[in-house]
Design a protein around this ligand. Structure first.
Ligand SMILES: [Zn+2]
Length: 121
């Protein structure tokens, strides 16, 4: 019951969590080659969705996706190799007409101040 509640409240986060697991564990995933196929694993600290939320907190904006600080490291919260970051490449095709003032800048932390991520603006 709690798990279902979390899924509802943290829907984008839940999607991100299930997708990162899929990228690493499911050879049929389109991105598997760049993740699981490259030896990138998901640490068992992320086997539980509520742990994931504890590590990264809420997604800052819909432009953020889950990333690793060390590109060759595993997805892992206990060793702090997990963060929300903005996918720049994808955003190139979505240039807004006006200046993007709503884009978040600076430093992000979760509620427990455990995780700090920096965007490049
Ligand atoms: Zn871990």
């Amino acid at each position: 019951m709690i798990r279902h509640g979390l899924q509802k409240i943290y829907k984008p986060e839940y999607n991100a969590w299930s997708h990162l697991r899929d990228r690493c564990n499911n050879p049929k995933n389109a991105a598997y080659e760049s993740y699981g196929g490259r030896g990138i694993k998901v640490c068992e600290c992320l086997n539980n969705f509520s742990n994931f939320i504890n590590y990264v907190g809420k997604r800052p904006t819909k432009n953020h996706s889950i990333d690793r600080k060390e590109n060759d490291g595993d997805y892992c919260g206990c060793k702090n190799n997990l963060r929300w970051s903005i996918r720049k490449v994808q955003n190139l095709n979505q240039r807004p007409h006006k200046k993007k003032s709503a884009l978040p800048r600076g430093v992000y932390m979760d509620r427990n101040s455990k995780f700090v991520g920096v965007t490049n603006g």
